[in-house]
Design a protein around this ligand. Structure first.
Ligand SMILES: Nc1ncnc2c1ncn2[C@@H]1O[C@H](COP(=O)(O)OP(=O)(O)OP(=O)(O)O)[C@@H](O)[C@H]1O
Ligand SMILES: [Mg+2]
Length: 363
C-alpha cells in the first residue's frame, strides 16, 4: 500500500499546524484509515498530544542521522490505526548535523521510499520556519495543507509560505500539490470575516469550505495531552475537524480519480463518531484531570528550575529559604528574635544575654 503523504505547513507559528495534524490523523483513523504522524518539530507537540513522551524513545533525529530503522522508531498510540514517528528534544540540533550531510533535503524522501509504512496516510507536522526539516517534508509529500488564522499578519504568513512551496515544486518535488488552505482558530467577528473573504477571493477553491472555530475545549484538550476530537468529540472544534477530514478525503478521492487511481472506501460519519466516543471513554479513564496534571507539571518544572543538580546540603539550604519566603510571618518572628538576641548581646553584654535567656525561659 502506497500512503498519501500530506505536510501541514505554514512558516508562521501558533496557527494550529499541530492541532490540525493530530486531529486530522485521529479523525482519519476514526473513518477507518490507518495513519502515521511524522513529528518534525523539536517542540514535540504532536508527539505529546498523541500521548507519547518525547524524552524516552528514539525519534526522528535517530532516523535522520544515526541510521535507525523506521520500525524501531515508530510508536503505537492509544488510537487504533494511528502510529507516530516521534520528535525527541535532540531534534533541535538536527539542522547543523544535516548541513554536513549530502543530499540532506531528500533525507526523509529516501527513508520513506525505502520503507513500506503499511498505512493509508502519512501526516507530517512541520515546525514554524523554512528550515531543512520543512523542506524535507515538502520534498517527500504528495500534498501540502496550509493552516491560516485570520490575524492582520495572516497574509504575511501566506505570502512567505506560498513562494517556499513554489521553490520546492520547481526544484525538489514537481508533483507537490497545494491541497488546500484551512482557516483555523476562527473568530466570529467582522475583521476575521473580512480577512477570510480577502484570502478566499485570492485563492478561490483552494480554501476549504470548513473553518475551524476558536474553541477553548482545544486548549483544555491540549492540557490533557489529547487531540480535541478524542477529548470532546461533540465540541464545536471537534465537529469542525471531522467536517474538514471529510472534505480532505473528498479532495484526495478527486485527485486520485484524475490520476486513474482509487481510494479505498471509508467508514460513515456515524461510525467515526462512535469510534471517537469510545476513545474519549478510554482517554477519560487513563488521563488525570487537566488541573491536577497542570499543577503537577508546574511543580515538577519549578523543582527542576530551583534545585536542578544541587547537593543535598544546598537543597536543604534552598528549601529553608523557600520556606521563609512562603511563610513571611514565621520569618518576621524569627528575625525579631534574632534582633532582640543581638541587641541583648551587644547592649548588655554577657549579663544581658543571660537575662534574655532567662526571660525566654532557657535558664
Ligand atoms: N480551534 C482552536 N481554538 C482555540 N485554540 C486553539 C485552536 N486550535 C489551536 N489552538 C491553540 O492555539 C495554540 C497553537 O496551536 P498549535 O500548537 O496547534 O499551533 P502550531 O502552528 O503548531 O504552533 P507552532 O508554530 O509553535 O508549532 C495552542 O495553544 C492550541 O491549543
Ligand atoms: Mg506545532
Amino acid at each position: 500500500m502506497r500512503p498519501y503523504i500530506v505536510a501541514i505547513f505554514n512558516q508562521k507559528g501558533g496557527i494550529s499546524k499541530t492541532t490540525t495534524s493530530t486531529n486530522l490523523a485521529v479523525c482519519l483513523a476514526a473513518f477507518g484509515k490507518s495513519v502515521v504522524v511524522i513529528d518534525l518539530d523539536s517542540q514535540g507537540d504532536s508527539t505529546k498530544s498523541l500521548g507519547i513522551d518525547p524524552k524516552t524513545k528514539q525519534g526522528i533525529y535517530d532516523l535522520f542521522t544515526n541510521g535507525a530503522a523506521v520500525e524501531d522508531v515508530m510508536v503505537e498510540t492509544m488510537f487504533d490505526g494511528v502510529r507516530v514517528l516521534p520528535s525527541t528534544y535532540s531534534l533541535a540540533g538536527i539542522e547543523i548535523k544535516l548541513s554536513e550531510m549530502q543530499n540532506s533535503q531528500r533525507t526523509l524522501c529516501n527513508i520513506l521510499s525505502h520503507t513500506a509504512l503499511d498505512c493509508d496516510y502519512v501526516v507530517i507536522d512541520c515546525p514554524p520556519a523554512l528550515g531543512i526539516l520543512p523542506i524535507n517534508a515538502l520534498a517527500s509529500a504528495h500534498a501540502v495543507i496550509i493552516p491560516v488564522t485570520a490575524t492582520p499578519y495572516a497574509n504575511d504568513g501566506l505570502l512567505r509560505t506560498l513562494p517556499s512551496i513554489k521553490y520546492v515544486q520547481e526544484g525538489l518535488n514537481k508533483n507537490l500539490l497545494l491541497q488546500g488552505v484551512l482557516f483555523t482558530i476562527n473568530d466570529k467577528n467582522k475583521t476575521t470575516r473580512k480577512i477570510n473573504e480577502l484570502i478566499r477571493a485570492r485563492l478561490g477553491g483552494t480554501v476549504y469550505r470548513t473553518e475551524i472555530p476558536r474553541d477553548n475545549t482545544v486548549i483544555e484538550a491540549a492540557t490533557s495531552r489529547l487531540p480535541v476530537c478524542a477529548f470532546a468529540p461533540k465540541s464545536p472544534a471537534a465537529q469542525a475537524h471531522l467536517d474538514f477530514t471529510e472534505e480532505f478525503i473528498g479532495r484526495h478521492i478527486a485527485i486520485a480519480a484524475k490520476n486513474n487511481e482509487t481510494v479505498s472506501p471509508h467508514s460513515s460519519r456515524d461510525e467515526a463518531i462512535a469510534r471517537l466516543s469510545r476513545w474519549q471513554a478510554v482517554c477519560a479513564e487513563n488521563t488525570v484531570p487537566a488541573d491536577d496534571a497542570r499543577m503537577r507539571q508546574k511543580t515538577d518544572q519549578l523543582d527542576r528550575m530551583l534545585y536542578g543538580d544541587r547537593t543535598r546540603m544546598e537543597r536543604w539550604h534552598l528549601e529553608v529559604v523557600h520556606f521563609f519566603i512562603g511563610n513571611r510571618l514565621v520569618l518576621a518572628a524569627f528575625l525579631v528574635v534574632v534582633l532582640l538576641g543581638g541587641l541583648a548581646l551587644l547592649g548588655m553584654g554577657i549579663e544581658g544575654a543571660r537575662r534574655l535567656a532567662g526571660l525566654l525561659g532557657f535558664v
